[in-house]
Write a protein of this length. Structure first.
Length: 255
């Protein structure tokens, strides 16, 4: 997968410029229907011009759903925000990313979005959602957030675009919750994991889901640490923190 330089029109540049009044920035962003400001200065991977993410070596202590993270009731900012939710819950981030930037900056980091890549989608739609996933992640990195690349393939011959923006030798993430219960989907998921591991050579893997059906045995056999998180586990960690607010203990993921 070769790289190419930033090729967006000059009119997209400078939208996140501290020297420009915020009202001017907001007005430019509202009129930027291409979301060019999100990929200003990034490197694209050919042949589909997928924005590339930089490696991240940070292991989360917890995962928090985006819809929970942006709610007023969320006051515990320890952990990474994830987007492993229905598209209807996370589409608002793409529609107005600046609205959520300050909120997301309070957390330890973010796993890049997970806009759907169903295998029966038209190929053009799968490439578009892949582009959006990586464009959001690249933009958050440009805003100095820690970002772990979410890995989502979409069937045979999808790795040429689905992995194009993912970094090598980095922590990467998979959303397995609800994806491995059907037997046919489980087989595809196992193959996708092997492809990603062989191409990206990850330092560690974050999984939103459980260690079921031996899906992640392949990376484990290679000595790659695999850490599993679930929404229930996040709630448990939150309760423990609330019960011991003065403790300096960090809750580490299960190996």
């Amino acid at each position: 997968m070769s790289d190419s330089k930033q090729r967006y029109p000059d009119s997209s540049r400078g939208y996140i410029d501290n020297d420009v009044p915020s009202s001017t920035v907001d007005r430019k962003v509202r009129h930027d229907s291409f979301h060019g400001f999100m990929v200003d200065g990034v490197t694209f991977a050919e042949p589909y011009d997928i924005p590339k993410l930089q490696p991240c070596q940070i292991m989360p202590t917890a995962l928090i759903p985006f819809s929970t993270a942006v709610s007023r009731s969320c006051t515990d900012f320890h952990g990474f925000v994830h987007f492993y939710e229905d598209d209807v819950k996370i589409e608002r981030f793409w529609n107005n990313p600046l609205k959520y930037l300050a909120r997301l900056s309070k957390f330890d980091g973010v796993i890049s979005p997970d806009y759907s890549l169903y295998r029966d989608f038209p190929r053009a739609m799968k490439i578009w959602n892949t582009y959006r996933n990586y464009a959001c992640g690249a933009w958050l990195q440009s805003q100095r957030l820690n970002v772990i690349a979410n890995i989502r393939l979409s069937g045979k011959n999808s790795e040429d675009y689905a992995l194009a923006g993912a970094p090598c030798n980095s922590v990467i993430a998979f959303g397995a919750h609800g994806n491995i219960r059907p037997t046919d989907n489980r087989d595809y998921f196992f193959i996708d994991i092997a492809k990603a591991v062989n191409i990206l050579h990850p330092q560690a893997i974050v999984v939103y889901g459980t260690d079921a059906y031996g899906i992640f045995e392949y990376p484990k056999s290679l000595g790659i640490p695999v850490h599993f998180f679930s929404n229930q586990r996040y709630q448990l960690l939150k309760e423990r923190r609330n019960n011991d607010e003065t403790s300096e203990q960090y809750f580490h993921p299960a190996a």
